[in-house]
Design a protein around this ligand. Structure first.
Ligand code: UD1
Ligand code: UDP
Length: 375
């Protein structure tokens, strides 16, 4: 009997999902599967930056982002629009990534239509449903729905097994973030440049220690961000470091950061960077201060110490490797830890050793092998 070509619909919507799924799309397109890409566009500009760099044109673009969207209106729009795409496309498998509203709602929409789903970056847990919010629950819900689970590490596999997910439906693959990172580093090392990198070279004094900052977590909105800004102002006023902060476009981040940090000559508040420029900036940095998930995974591989502005993390591997330190959003704790790394060479050297707890750059291939077995 003739085997029909199987259809895979890869769904994502935000910057980090795009970074971690675009290299998988490239690898999938080298197989016999019929591969289509659906973006919810939960993010717009920050998603398009990644699509441009990876040269991917989506087959479906739900274009749902609205300014300061609420989680429920966002979820409603994804459900409605995904339903039409799934009805039209009728894929054999939907692939989603991680822990965003896009991931859980796309998986759920597929389930409602009887379509199988695979979860890339499955099994990360804090078991605190309010941290990270709403991501912890998005990820748990997606695990309940998905048929196949691509766990980046043994720790995440263990979490899934303890939740009674069958071992035969889990594959430990490494994180696709490393596939994308290595691909990008390779480009940067082979004379890739873009106007943004040239602009950064002109703007920032790289003879000084550079601290790269990002932040966007919902549980840090309000007091958390006020404390973060207080800490950064303290570091700027009491050190010679250059602070580079590409500010996330969420208005809940933009407002306090622009208000409190605009007047420091050694704090550079800039637009979100395209992915290669951000990787380039990470490589130039002395230290990274962030609440980002993806950055916690990339930095160990680049040997950059990270102060994580969270109380808890679903990524314990980097903590264990010693590259990452949890500092929460206490203003004095953040500043003290930064001063220690700026001044204490042995502490700095301890934290700045390169580790690869999140993968070897072959996650995409492992995911594809597993899908071939299952479909
Ligand atoms: C989302 C994800 C979060 C992920 C983060 C990565 C959820 C609930 N949140 O959070 O898990 O870590 O992305 O960055 O899924 N905006 C723009 N342009 C953009 C992107 C955002 O203007 O390109 C603004 C819009 O006003 C938008 C707001 O930011 O309404 C919030 O975007 P949203 O995706 O809802 O939340 P994030 O905080 O970005
Ligand atoms: N990133 C980027 N430009 C920036 C800041 C971050 O390309 O200005 C990349 C970063 O390298 C990482 C990802 O975006 O791969 C992290 O995204 P974000 O912090 O928004 O989300 P999270 O990982 O916390 O879900």
């Amino acid at each position: 009997m003739h085997n029909r070509t199987k259809k895979i619909l890869v769904c994502f919507g935000t910057r980090p999902e795009a970074i971690k799924m675009c290299s998988l799309v490239h690898s999938l397109r080298q197989t016999d599967f019929d591969v289509k890409v659906c973006v919810t566009a939960q993010h717009r500009e920050m998603l398009d930056q990644v699509l441009d760099f990876f040269e991917i044109t989506p087959d479906f673009d739900l274009d749902i982002m609205k300014p300061n969207q609420s989680l429920n209106e966002l979820s409603g729009r994804i459900f409605m629009k995904m339903d039409t795409v799934l009805a039209e496309e009728q894929p054999d498998l939907v692939l989603v990534h991680g822990d965003t509203t896009t991931s859980s709602i796309c998986a759920w929409a597929a389930f409602h239509r009887g379509i199988a789903s695979g979860h890339v970056e499955a099994g990360l847990r804090t078991y605190n449903k309010y941290a990270p919010f709403p991501e912890e629950l998005n990820r748990q819900v997606t695990a309940r729905i998905a048929d196949f689970h691509f766990a980046p590490t043994k720790v995440s596999e263990q979490n899934l097994l303890s939740e009674h997910i069958k071992a035969e439906n889990i594959s430990v693959t490494g994180n696709t973030v490393i596939d994308s990172l290595l691909w990008t580093v390779n480009k940067l090392e082979n004379n890739f440049s873009n106007p943004k990198i040239d602009e950064l070279k002109g703007k920032i004094d790289f003879s000084k220690k550079v601290i790269l900052v990002t932040g966007h977590r919902r549980e840090n909105f309000g007091d958390g961000f006020l404390n973060i800004c207080k800490a950064l102002a303290n570091i700027a006023e009491n050190s010679d470091a250059e602070i580079v902060y590409p500010v996330h476009l969420n208005p809940n981040v933009q407002e306090p950061v622009m208000k409190l940090l605009s007047n420091h000559s050694n704090i550079h508040l800039i637009d979100p960077l395209d992915y290669p420029s951000f990787v380039w900036m990470m490589k130039q940095s002395y230290l990274i201060i962030t609440d980002s998930g993806g950055v916690q995974e990339e930095a160990p591989s680049l040997g950059k110490p990270v102060l994580v502005m969270r109380e808890t993390t679903e990524r314990p591997e980097a903590l264990e490797a010693g590259t990452v330190q949890l500092v929460g959003t206490d203003a004095s704790k953040i500043a003290e830890s930064a001063f220690e790394l700026l001044h204490n060479v042995s502490v700095y050297e301890q934290m700045s050793k390169a580790h690869n707890p999140y993968g070897d750059g072959k996650a995409n291939q492992r995911i594809i092998e597993f899908i071939k077995q299952k479909l």
